[in-house]
Design a protein around this ligand. Sequence first.
Ligand SMILES: [Zn+2]
Length: 263
Amino acid sequence: MRPDPVSRRLLRGAGRRPLVLMYHATPAGGRGARWALPLRRFVAHLELLRGEGWRTVTVSELLARGLRGERTVAITFDDGFADNLAAAEALEARGMRATWFVVTGRLGEKARWAGAEDGRLMTAAEVRRLHEAGHEVGSHTRTHAALDALAGPALEEEVAGSRRELEDLLGAPVAAFAYPYGRVSEAAARAVRAAGYRAAVTCRGGAVRPGTDPLALPRLEVDGACGAGRLARMMALAAAPGSWMAVLSYLGRRALHRLAVAA
Ligand SMILES: [Zn+2]
């Protein structure tokens, strides 16, 4: 499962700006569904990152570092699937940390919102365990509502209400938020700010820059078919959109070298 040398080489040139990765379920087996990444692929991602000298930070740590850092990646999980507990163990075994965004009104239930992958969500005790192990836990609303369709008290309940619930559960301040479906409206962004969150993640791609709005951080979506090679290429492309020219030039030089050797 080691990625090809070209992908590795690309990733090596991609570490100037921090990146935020978005994962969902990490089932123990299977071939991967739209957003469900088999655990063995997730572990291959961790091995790639560790092997290339990338450091993992939580979303709040990224903010505390002024959204800067070389070879720095924030691994995030949306929804809080119970199968992520094995992913947490894989992270901990490597001294790595991640951020989980949980749906506070659905803990311990099956994910039933539109477009959800199959699977049980973590219980309150399991979420607390992540927090106690040093991971960050943030909010992903109370019911996984599309916030651009809400206003007034309903919006406030999803955004501020879920923060209160999570703070009661963890006994600690909650600083990070993830927009369900990545859907943001002006009212939703205002509600997130007013609720006291210091960082919020979207589904818009790209790298994090020092001037990026911390309440609209970009993330790279990792789908269920993403092997380590594709992850490396995706990170390289996000970090430096021009890097594909470097790939082409590298491949071109290699082809010329082979021709020269053959001649
Ligand atoms: Zn979600």
